[in-house]
Write a protein that binds this ligand. Structure first.
Ligand SMILES: NC(=O)C1=CN([C@@H]2O[C@H](COP(=O)(O)OP(=O)(O)OC[C@H]3O[C@@H](n4cnc5c(N)ncnc54)[C@H](OP(=O)(O)O)[C@@H]3O)[C@@H](O)[C@H]2O)C=CC1
Ligand SMILES: CC(=O)C(=O)O
Ligand SMILES: [Mg+2]
Length: 612
């Protein structure tokens, strides 16, 4: 049976060979095990086993005899360890072997984020896994660890410090990281995701400590399959990939965009229950046109201007082919934060050959298309008619018929008959919309006059300021409520704290694709879907809308609280999976009777596992 739930991997089933183990765990070392299992998430032998066996062979040939090892196991006078493999004594021009270390127990176990439990290792585990003395005597529960981490986290005044503390935790103790995130999702989402992740990407070069995710640059052209094989996990189910050209509303951050796939995938796990080992963050580095980064001595990416045209297309094509070759037909690839001059082409090109979607454009101009599709579905009116209910404004003003020739192709369906209107305020006054959605990436474009106009012809104007991070929000929650005199139903891409206006509290919602993609991804995976269809996105939106209670609506909230997100994701996953079966795009047969229960049963739990 297919299961996403945790891993079967137990430390005892994996033999590890490490120099540290030689010294700290076994005073008399037994010969290296004859069979080395490459550590894969399910405990089975992966491709890496071959590499591991080669390393062992090499190690045996180079290793000292057992008598030397016995001598070696005695600490030297100054408390250090003897240089068994000659690494320390080798001069800089001599070659040394980068020994492969797999985790079995002892010190490396404490350094392995996938299995480390810190002070939560119990007495039995401390004995069985050579941890005695490596930890102070106290044994604590995971809940107490969460409590302590949250207390520490709240002491940081600067959001970026919280982000770095969370990233450190992810690198140190993965399950604790996810437990923290799941149990405190409303408080920590703004830390690992928007808005703080935006600042982290801007400063990624300076705060860079441990590499996260896979960096594929033009240097790797012709070798991308090899690069994918360097990634330690073999059973990848979701890839989030960016080329860093449109990071939130912050523009081109080049290679430093990596924070986004890392953050999105942590939400796939925390919010959607996809196993962390099944997630692969990727940044494609084709250069950057950001002069500031090109001149920044700490910039981590290629120091060249962006590749375009054929050079760009070939790299992306090699990547997409390698992904399919390495992980199969059913790996989900989410394109993230590509500039729209590439995003639409990539989606069109790979939509029919790969399991791909783009949560920006399928929720950007895509928002308009999905709303039109949904109205058409609910009313039976033709799509061409329902599109006419939706008007778009770009940097040049209202999108109208007379501009048709000069419009990018994705704007053309929205060019309706109307005289030209140059700015948003005039457009709002001319169209008198009931809902105003901002995804301009340009902060403060919903001015006082615009909000007042919305409030003048709507009892409850719906105002959605989707642009991220907070600095790019079209208006703040306070502005929306104040300028509309408390009438607005407001939600924003990055969260705002509740606002007090005229003695009343207004809590706004977070209109963010994070509600959708984790559940969508889970639904695609549990059904074994081979393509993403627009109807699946609609099914996901409908499932989300059904989670909004009357109480939420009465409080002016058009989104359910994030605190229920795992239940919401299971509902979304079930609806997406059902749609995949209905459309004949599901390959995991037979269809489970109860898709919600099945989705829930597949979700990763961050609770610690017991080790034999
Ligand atoms: N909340 C969420 O879940 C999501 C939020 N976003 C956010 O949306 C923002 C935009 O992303 P994306 O659509 O990919 O960006 P793009 O740059 O592709 O598109 C921005 C659009 O806004 C228009 N625009 C820019 N400035 C103005 C202005 N002053 N007045 C009117 N229109 C303007 C541009 O016009 P022109 O074409 O003429 O240049 C363009 O059509 C980002 O901040 C991103 O973070 C994105 C995805 C999901
Ligand atoms: C939320 C998101 O995907 C964005 O702002 O780009
Ligand atoms: Mg995005």
């Amino acid at each position: 049976m297919f299961s996403l739930n945790g891993s079967n991997f137990m430390n005892n089933s994996v033999y590890g060979v490490s120099k540290t183990l030689t010294h700290s765990a076994h005073r008399k070392i037994s010969p290296p095990p004859l069979v080395a299992a490459a550590v894969s998430s399910n405990g089975k032998q992966g491709d890496g086993a071959v590499l591991m066996e080669n390393t062992l062979k090499e190690m045996r040939e180079n290793a000292p005899t057992s008598s030397v090892i016995e001598k070696d196991s005695i600490s030297t006078v100054d408390g250090g360890v003897e240089d068994v493999y000659g690494e320390d004594s080798a001069t800089e021009d001599q070659y040394i072997t980068p020994w492969t270390v797999t985790v079995a127990s002892g010190y490396p176990l404490l350094r392995d984020p996938h299995h480390n439990k810190g002070l939560a290792f119990n007495e039995k585990e401390r004995d069985a896994h050579f941890l005695r003395g490596l930890l102070p005597p106290v044994v604590v529960s995971q809940d107490l660890q969460v409590k302590k981490m949250m207390r520490n986290m709240r002491q940081y005044q600067v959001p970026l410090q919280r982000y770095m503390a969370m990233m450190d935790l992810q690198e140190r103790n993965e399950r604790l990281f996810y437990k923290l995130l799941i149990d405190n999702v409303e408080e920590l989402l703004p830390v690992v995701y928007t808005p703080t992740v935006g600042e982290a990407c801007q400063k990624y070069g300076s705060i860079f400590r441990q590499p996260q995710g896979l960096f594929i640059s033009l240097k790797e052209k012709g070798r991308i399959l090899e690069v994918l094989k360097n990634w330690p996990e073999k059973k990848i189910q979701v890839i989030v990939v960016t080329d860093g050209e449109r990071i939130l509303g912050l523009g081109d951050l080049g290679c430093q965009g990596m924070g986004i796939p890392v953050g999105k995938l942590s939400l796939y796990t925390a919010l959607g229950g996809i196993r962390p080992s099944a997630c692969l963050p990727v940044t494609i580095d084709v250069g950057t046109n950001n002069e500031q980064l090109l001149n920044d001595e700490f910039y981590i990416g290629l120091r060249r201007r962006r590749a375009t045209g054929q050079e760009y297309a070939e790299l992306l094509d090699e990547f997409m082919s390698a992904v399919k070759q390495n992980y199969g037909e059913k790996v989900l690839v989410q394109f993230e934060d590509f500039a729209n001059h590439n995003a639409f082409d990539l989606l069109a090109k790979y939509g029919s050959t790969h399991l791909v979607f783009n949560d920006d454009i399928q929720a950007g101009t895509g928002i308009a298309e999905l709303i039109a599709l949904e109205i058409s579905k609910q009313t039976g009116a033709p799509l061409e008619e329902t599109r006419k209910k939706i008007w778009l404004v770009d940097s040049k003003g209202l999108i109208v018929r007379s501009r048709l020739e000069s419009l990018q192709h994705f704007k053309k369906p929205w060019a309706h008959e109307h005289e030209p209107v140059k700015n948003l305020l005039d457009a709002v006054n001319a169209i008198k919309p009931t809902v105003l959605i901002g995804s301009s990436g340009a902060g403060r474009t919903f001015t006082k006059e615009v909000v007042e106009a919305m409030a003048s012809f709507n009892e409850k104007p719906v105002i959605l300021a989707l642009s991220n991070p907070t600095s790019q929000s079209e208006c703040t929650a306070e502005e929306a409520y104040k300028w509309s005199e408390g009438q607005a139903v407001f939600a924003s891409g990055s969260p705002f704290s509740p606002i007090e206006y005229n003695g009343k509290f207004y809590a706004s919602g977070q209109a963010n694709n994070a509600y959708i993609f984790p559940g969508l991804g889970l639904g695609l995976i549990i059904s074994g879907a081979i393509r993403v269809h627009d109807d699946m996105l609609l099914a996901a939106s409908e499932a989300l809308a059904e989670q909004v209670s009357q109480e939420n609506l009465d409080n002016g909230l058009i989104y359910p609280p994030f605190s229920n997100i795992r239940k919401i994701s299971a509902q979304i996953a079930a609806r997406v999976a059902a749609k995949a079966y209905e459309l004949g795009l599901a390959t995991r047969l037979p269809q489970p009777d109860n898709l919600v229960a099945y989705a829930e049963s597949c979700m990763y739990s961050p609770n610690y596992r017991n080790y034999r």
